[in-house]
Design a protein around this ligand. Sequence first.
Ligand code: ADP
Ligand code: F6P
Length: 327
Amino acid sequence: MSKKVSKIAILTSGGDAPGMNATIRAVVRTGVYLGLEVYGIMRGYSGMMEDDIFPMGSKTVANIIQRGGTILKSARCREFYTEEGRAQAYANLKKRGIDGLVVIGGDGSFTGAMKLQNEFGLPVIGLPGTIDKDLYGTDFTIGFDTACNTAVQAIDKIRDTADAHDRLFIVEVMGRHAGYIALHSGIATGAETILIPEAATNIEDVIASLSEKEKRKKLVNIIVVAEGDAFGGANEVAKIVRERLPNFDTKVSILGHIQRGGSPTCIDRLVASRMGYHAVEALIAGKSNVMVGIINNEIVYTPLEVAIREKDSIDENWLRIVKILAS
Ligand code: ADP
Ligand code: F6P
């Protein structure tokens, strides 16, 4: 039988994502409602090491559900990669009697959490907070929907000016190792082609398709590229297109960090609230070393190790749909 938790802590770590605040709110309010003491840790593992830890009550999370960023701030902490660093960090939890931890972050943050569990026996629950949707074991990650909507709004605007000047825009969206933002925003904006790290792209096919459409006077405005695609992002793709098709007026637009900010969408607030609630329930039920995910609208617990290691494959039908709908 696992020991019953009584004091839990929460932190946000790695790249921030819209909906992290809604998640913090859900964890704090559920914890307090169920009779736990809840602590917030500032700046991820950095705050844990520096003892920047404070008690949180229901009122401390008022009026944040709609805010982007994270009131707990996020950071990347080099010292936490070392065993001594983690021991120092854990000592700050231990002295307060903290016996459960909720980590909102991506695969790096989960790796740190697993080490805390394995080295000190601290029960940890991971919540997938990343716009990239690059974790296995969930249909949604906190922030992904907002990032896609931000990209869609931006690309729609780019299309207006592209159309006015008959220009081809190569738009780069985030996703160092994952093409989900590119895929979703590209389909939703009617992109000609979507280039993602998960699928091999034959540049000859892209060039051939652009030339063929030019011949039949079909306007082609938008190509969406994930930053981690095989060519190395939009600028590299544009170089090839300009060389091969000099008659195209080709522009590049890199959307960048606007995708990480902003008020979370309704979907992200729901996902955040539901996952935050289940993280606390999971700790109380004695679960540890798992990520809370949602698959087919059911809550699913995936070992952190699996959530990090395994990769969801992108259904090839999606790319076929892109091709057909852009024809
Ligand atoms: P993300 O969680 O978004 O993937 P990072 O990869 O930057 O972000 O990881 C966030 C933090 O998690 C790191 O700065 C570090 O403190 C901790 N972390 C990442 N990987 C490890 C690891 N292998 N061992 C211990 N801590 C780690
Ligand atoms: O949050 C994930 C992500 O947005 C990646 O797609 C991107 O490459 C990275 O974070 C950039 O993060 P930072 O600027 O914080 O290093």
